[in-house]
Structures are given as C-alpha cells and as structure tokens.
Design a protein around this ligand. Sequence first.
Ligand code: PFF
Length: 466
Amino acid sequence: MKNNSKVSERGGFGSKIGFILAAAGSAVGLGNIWRFPYLAAKYGGGVFLMVYIVFAITFGFALMLTEIAIGRKTGQSVIGAYKSVDKRFSPLGLLAAVIPALILPYYCVIGGWVLKYMYVFIIGSGKKVSTAEYITASGERIPFFSNFISHFTQPTVFFIIFLLFTSVAVFLGVEKGIEKVSKLLMPILLLLIVAISVYTLTLDGAGRGLKYYLLPNLNGFTPTKFLQTIAAACGQLFYSMSIAMGIMVTYGSYMRKEDSLESSVRQIEIFDTAVAILAGMIIVPAVFIFSNGDSDSLNAGPGLMFNTLPKVFATMPAGQFIGAAFFILVTLAALTSSISLMETVTAVVIEKFSFGRAKSCVIVIFATFILGMFSVLGYSAWSDIKLLGMQILDFFDFITNNIMMPILALLTCILIGYIVKVKYIEEEVMLGEKRFRSKLLYNIMIKFICPVCMLMILLTPFVTNI
Ligand code: PFF
C-alpha cells in the first residue's frame, strides 16, 4: 500500500503497453541500428546472432527483470531505490545516477549528428553531401562527416535542438509525456524499419549480403575469436537493453503493480532484438551490394553510419527517399533512448532536492548542455586533447560502458543473489503472476552466469591491450 501510494504521487505509466513501449523505446537506440549490425558482420554473422539471442533470453532477461523489479518494489528513483534494498549498497544508487548523467550529454551530441543527416536527406541534399569532400587548412581531403563535426557551430546547434526535443517529453511527465510520445513514435519506428528492410531485400544482389549476415560463418573462428564473440555479444546486450544505467529501475518505479513483470520483460526483449536484427537486414545487404561483397566496409565502426551508409543511399534507386526514411528512423530510436536517460537523471533531482519536475528538468538540461559541449569541442577546438588516448566523446563512452556499467551490474547481481536473495525479486514478480515461471533460470543467471559475464566485459579491454 505504501509503495502504491508513492507510485501515484510521483506519477506513473497508465497502461502495460505504455510501459512496454517506453522501455522498448529506451532499449531500441543507436545500439540496435548502428552497433548491432557491424558486430554481427564482424563476428561470423549467424554465430553472433545465435550467441546474442541465447544471451538475451537468459542473462539479459535476468538483469532486466532485476532492475525493473527493484524499481517497482521500492517506487523511488535510483538513489532511494538502492538504498532501500540495502543501506550498505547505497553507493550503487549514486553510481546508477552518475552513469546516465554522463551518457546523456554525449548521446545527445550523437543525436544531433543524426538529426543533421535527417535534415540533409529530407531537403534533398543527401547525395550531394555524402559524396562531398572538403580540404582542410593543412591541405588534407576529408569527407563531409569529418568536416561537419570539426566545426563547432553546427554540431552545437543540432545538439541543442536534440536536447530540447528530448526534454519536451520529460518535462510533460511520465504519463502525459513519455508514455504518449512512446505510444506514438514506437509504432512509426517499427513500420519504418520493416518497410526499409523489405525494400533493401528486393535490391539486386541483396541475397548474398543476407546470407553473409544470417548464416553462421565459422571461417577463421579460432577459440580466441569465439571468446571475443562471446564478450562482444555480452557487451552489446548490455548496451542495447539499457541495462545498468538506472533506466530500468526508474521506469520500473512507474510501472503498475498489477502488470506481469516476466511477460513485460520478454516483450521488451523481443521488440529490442527484432529491431536489431531488422537493422542488420538493411545495413548488411546494402553495404554488401555497394562494396561488391567487400566485408571490410562493414567493419568501419562508427564511420559506418555517417560515412558509408550515406554513400550507399546515394547509389541506391530512390536512395534519397530511403536515406531520409532511415535517418528519421534513427532519430526516433535515439530520441526515445535519450528521453529515458534524461528521465532517470531528472527523477533523481526531483527526489533528492524536492524540486518540481519543471525546475529539475531545467537543471538537467543545463548540466547536460555543459557536459555535452566537452564532447562537441573534443572534435573541434579541443581535438588535440586525448583522454587515455581517446577523443573526449569516446572517453565518456568507454568509462561508462566498459567500466562503470559492468561494475554496477556485477554489484547488483551480488546484492540480489547473495545479500537480499532471490526471494526479494520473487515477491515482486508474484504481485502480477501466480508463479515465478523462470525462477530456476533466474537463480542460476543472477548468482553465477551474470557475474561471470560482467567480469568478462570488465576485463576484456585490459586483456586485449596486453
Ligand atoms: N539502449 C539504447 C541504445 O541501444 O542505444 C540506449 C543507450 C545505450 C544509451 C548505451 C547509451 C548507452 F551508452
């Protein structure tokens, strides 16, 4: 009763579908559309896909269920939530608040880049822009993307616009803002991705690309590569499902008590994985046709979305139109994810300082702007500054995704598996269900498999560096 009244005071999702679409909106982001396809292409196509799906239904399921259950049970923002699970683990709440606060700024900077590309394709300059080259002061030839981010003004303007778009939903609150926006945008996103992938698959030569993507390719698969594939799939799952960044705890705290936790998590996972697989069906065959089967173009990493793909659209029949649709899709995906990051931080400010939503929102926008400017400047005026050998944006991405998030997830597993025990989660699951159907699986995952996977993610960068 106490928790229920807390939920209603803070506002909450009005329906199960609203919660699922908002959580899926958080999960479906740049990770699905840009990161998943190139990892799949790099790690043996179908091999990666199979490993990923097995992980999603096992350890991804356990981690997401844990976070949503903690959120719903405590009915508080991350700081209060971890504290009320066990006082000794309060620092985890702080960590879970700092992670999204560090990710949100650079995520909005990238969101700004996507917005710029959407704009360029919508006004019909996609082809011109994607093939353009610029000469730098030192006489070096650079592509459009490098030129765009090396200038301070435009990336800043698009970053601010993206940040403001994000804040509208958060400003309006959970039910009137986040839930409404997710119910509107997520079906559009799904329609767009299905339509573009169907179109790409009808192109001449798409079949070979599709085979490369979907069939397991064990060529050159040494035991080391297999281990790398497992680590990459673990990391991707984590990234893609918005796990260990406080988001699912926050969204869980707005979830209705009577809705089933297990089935909600399954549905969020299906949505997230389906979008990732469909994104691969667009990107892998399209790049494959464009590069005449040269798989190296698929390994282009971050450049894939901003350098290679626009060139692919430029050579495609109706490419201008498909390019515009694609970047609208990516913008929507990024937007619903950044909304969830901002809501997590805002909920902390509301709770910690007892400020109203509007005031808290303004504070978060301002802080995000300042932090985000570091990433913008990292590509322009401050491009010589390297942190641990990385550009500023990459540095933020690295410390959050490779260090802070696995630590948070690892300690959360220890907290639930060994301190408060699985019963803590089970009680919450039972509120919306007759029995905890995946209890055995959950137990094994949270106590043994998840911690090992987290350690693997934590250690991989160090091992590969050695
Ligand atoms: N899960 C979202 C995505 O796949 O893009 C959101 C996200 C993931 C945001 C990882 C930030 C991040 F570091």
